[in-house]
Design a protein around this ligand. Structure first.
Ligand code: MLT
Length: 327
């Protein structure tokens, strides 16, 4: 970099609040990654797989901090209060960074304007799952059971605005039921209670569902997509199972606080894309049924555009369901 460019970079970095040397030598200490749900859930599992590979690429530890509550908006708000120096990042998702806009009238952040998007991490299918003791062996029987037992049925989720909440909100409205819902601090603990038979059903991400279905500890009636998921080839799609209107894909995104220097965002994006190309990461995510983002989605600009389109997509869906976090 010649003297003129270095001076320009220094000026830009000073404006962005970080010294050019700091941006050029980043990272020089461990990075905190906020996961806005309890440990053991899909967001946490995907984050730890990717963070492990990123930390090797960056040469610094990535320390996971689970900050749960309010459907993931507590942890997302926490990130916006951290220094924009690259040492605090997070994994958000469809709930925290798209559905939350319509669900939380007093949301204390804007999913795009208050963050520095780093890149999309993965997309996930959603499955309709139930406790083994539920007297239904396919989706049609489950729908019939749910309609007949609506008042006593317990639908678990990870808090208003979580993916498990919004995707079952969609399912319940398509079926035309309004069951009791049971909030958890993540679908890790929710899944534990589904396996234990303490709750009746859960709309959850394939990365959390696949190990349980393979172990036979829960039932999965259908995957809400056009194609079956390679990790669960025996689970029919909602199209095959007679509920074609229920198709939904969710995603995880990596973000830093607004104002994080561009050179730092670029370095984090490089580490993310290296992790997504890591054979070990690819095989572990594939085994869990997750899909990798497109090359464009995995860039900061691509993620920004994707978030804006997802907010526009989910807002009318949530408004049509007539649900907000305050009602
Ligand atoms: C959700 O939104 O349901 C979350 O993915 C749950 C979790 O990751 O624990």
């Amino acid at each position: 970099m010649n003297r003129r460019n270095l001076l320009a970079a220094a000026a830009a970095a000073l404006v962005a609040g970080a010294s050019p040397v700091a941006a050029q030598t980043y990272p020089t200490r461990p990075i905190t990654m906020i996961i806005p749900f309890a440990a053991g859930g899909p967001t946490d599992v995907v984050a730890r797989i990717v963070a492990e590979s990123m930390s090797r690429n960056l040469g610094q530890a990535i320390v996971i901090e689970n900050v749960s509550g309010a459907g993931g908006t507590t942890g997302s708000t926490r990130l916006t209060t951290q220094a924009a120096d690259g040492y605090s990042i997070m994994i958000g998702h469809t709930g925290t960074h798209a559905a939350s806009v319509a669900l939380y009238p007093n949301l204390r952040y804007h999913p795009v304007n208050d963050f520095a998007p780093i890149g999309l991490v993965n997309t996930n299918a959603i499955l309709i799952t139930a406790k083994n003791a539920l007297p239904a062996n396919n989706l049609a029987e489950f729908v019939a059971w749910l309609k007949a037992n609506e008042r006593n049925a317990n639908n678990a989720h990870a808090g208003i605005g979580s993916v498990s909440h919004t995707t079952c909100l969609l399912l319940n409205s398509i079926i035309g039921v309004n069951p009791q819902t049971v909030p958890y601090r993540g679908t890790g603990p929710a899944m534990n209670d589904l396996v234990a038979g303490q709750v009746d059903y859960l709309c959850d991400q394939v990365v959390n569902v696949a190990p349980q279905v393979r172990a036979g500890t829960i039932k999965a009636f259908a995957v809400a997509q056009q194609q079956r998921n390679p990790a669960l080839p025996n689970v029919p799609t909602t199209v095959e199972a007679g509920l074609p209107g229920y198709q939904v894909v969710v995603w995880n995104a990596m973000l830093a606080p607004k104002g994080t220097p561009e050179a730092v965002v670029t370095r984090l994006n490089e580490a993310l894309r290296a992790a997504l190309a890591d054979p070990n990461v690819k095989s572990r995510l594939a085994e869990l049924g997750a899909d990798l983002p497109t090359d464009v989605q995995a860039t900061p600009a691509g993620l920004r555009a994707f978030l804006e389109s997802e907010i526009a997509r989910w807002t009318p869906v949530i408004k049509a369901a007539g649900v907000t976090a305050t009602n």
